[in-house]
Design a protein around this ligand. Sequence first.
Ligand SMILES: Nc1ncnc2c1ncn2[C@@H]1O[C@H](COP(=O)(O)OP(=O)(O)OP(=O)(O)O)[C@@H](O)[C@H]1O
Length: 274
Amino acid sequence: MMNYTPEQAPTDPPGHPPPTPAIDARGLTVVRGDRTVLRALDFTVAPGSITGLLGPSGCGKTTLMRTVVGTQARATGALDVLGRPAGDPGLRTRVGYVTQAPSVYTDLTVRQNLDYFAAVLHPGRAHREARRDAVTRAVRDVDLTSHADSLAGALSGGQRSRVSLAVALLGTPELLVLDEPTVGLDPVLRRDLWDLFHRLAAERGVTLLISSHVMDEAERCHRLLLMREGRILAEDTPAALRRRTGADTVEDAFLHLVDAAGTPTPPHTEEPPR
Ligand SMILES: Nc1ncnc2c1ncn2[C@@H]1O[C@H](COP(=O)(O)OP(=O)(O)OP(=O)(O)O)[C@@H](O)[C@H]1O
């Protein structure tokens, strides 16, 4: 089983001012094409925490992640990431982003992929040993040591996704933004990845923002941002959301909050949360 409980979210030592949020959004609005996709979002993400971003397909999760990592144009309002405006060049090595589609070279082995990205991050002979250590650690983190010399193109979809995650871990990011990292993985790999996410938060102080369709993964997060139709429906711990709504599961809590919000859902644009 998992080696944590969601109630064990990082807390501030008494008497200390709260730390700067890892993410601080105020009135964040994003337009894509002729659609307003994110609508005046206000939320914060605490450093060293795991925040789950949940909501039905098309509610704006990827758009929000793209905005946090600075690749989304036409954002208005304020969005600070690690104390700087989102997209600031100083954040490049401090933020890791893993997209839904794995971005690896299929004609290189796992290790060659990582060697390449490590050389981009830390060029030069002086960093050769540090690069080798970083690559070995990242391959081990994602449990691909036995596949290190396999061509990425010969791996399963889930294994390729883990190579992408290993690339993001190379730079030892302070904030990791992961878009549906567990899609297509079997239950054992999903559990192992969530264990890794918790180790990264607890042992390395990494902040993780993780999107998912899968409501049972919500229970593995310290806090949740529940999204619907470009808005934040609720922001709280899984337990508090269940308590607040009298629901047994986060999925039921979500449905309760949707009903309470009272906005009708056009059937052609909405999928139920999976
Ligand atoms: N390039 C684009 N131009 C215009 N609208 C877009 C574009 N990309 C996405 N959208 C719209 O923005 C909305 C949010 O999309 P987004 O990909 O952020 O949702 P999502 O919650 O991540 O969905 P999923 O879970 O299916 O990945 C959708 O209604 C989508 O149609």
